[in-house]
Design a binder for this molecule. Sequence first.
Ligand code: ZN
Ligand code: ZN
Length: 439
Amino acid sequence: MLNDKNFLRSIKYNLLDSDSLKHTNSTCPSCSSLLTYSQVLTHSLPLAASHVGPFDEFGWSVGECKDCRAEFLVDVINPDFSEFISGARKTRFILEDGASEADLQFVARSVKLTNSLDKNFDMNKRSYAYDYEGQSLYECGNCSVSLDQEVYGALLSVFERLRDGSYNYLEWSMKGGGHDPEYIISRLPVVCGCGASLVAYVGKPYSHDHNFAASEFSILNVVGSKKLPDTMRPGVYSKNQVMEWLYKLLPRWTVLFDTIYLMVPFVGHLYMKPEQIVGVWEALISRVDPKKVRLVTKKDQINIFKKAYHEHYQVDYSQLEKLKLSSELVNGTVTNSKFHAKVYAASSSFGCEVYSGSANLLIGPSKEVMHFSEIGLSDFEECFLKPLGVSAVVPDQAQVKYSFLLDVENNFSALHPRSTIYSKNYYDLIMHDALPSNI
Ligand SMILES: [Zn+2]
Ligand SMILES: [Zn+2]
């Protein structure tokens, strides 16, 4: 009975494995407009001292384009539970097993979707993975001891509650609540071994997927730590160290500053393996909001990246572009072939942080010289942007953005009045531990 097809079909809904849900982008075979469809598999569940399932069936979803009304088929597993998320509507489905002769003829003569790519290829996914094991970006302002590990310990002690708080908001918002926040931020009091009291702020982009680790929260700032120019002293460092610090700076810059400038002649080099070149780009792309970044590089760097992407993933990068999965950051790159300076910087009206020297965006043990400095906006524009002919990016202030501050004080609840922090208050909160006065 447990293997009876009709029985399995009748309980198929209960066998669906939500972890297997996948979204695929494709284009209408007639008008080329973008559409997305879902597929889900089943898994095995215990039943009556035995197991039932998995029960996956091959078949076809019949869709109609929302733009041009063209009809098409898509090959899917479990067409009975496959849906069009956008761009088309499902008119019916056909299961291969038990299909009528008329249905099989219909399948044979219909147009099928071919130009498809799993949405996992979306290059605009964000991650704030932070290397807590690496050389500390933050040191105690009193005794100079490294703090990154201390902060990680404090984060781990509240991590489950923090993730649950974010997940509870997701559940609430799915029932018709508000729009998504930008970030989940937490305030972590830390006491240094020397007795100094410090306050760390950590954050990560908010996502519906809550299957993440504590190390995906980046330190955004530690109030009471040494100033960053005193920690990242001018000197000679390996390329690996330069990149590690840059990756730690990018999330801080994305949350706190209006614009990030990455002005660098080379991203990867010809002798790096394709997966390393792609890795450098992906590590960069995932840590920044592309709308805030101006990337300036030599023209051939983009082509080298696209070629490496193809070699690594066996997918043509133009396919990503067509299916709106390509990186907004790469698409918005400004090319300039007449410069040798390497400048990584964040700017806002309140000031700029500039990390500059000889290091391209490359990994490896060889040594580079780097400086980290804090300067005013007008000096930054005059001394760094103007000589390179780079225009300043006007910050996007059209949309009201906000984040959640989840911590012990509000019991990690996003629905507490103290939890909502608007973007205009990020800087005072995270740099000076000052909660907005309207709370
Ligand atoms: Zn169409
Ligand atoms: Zn200390």
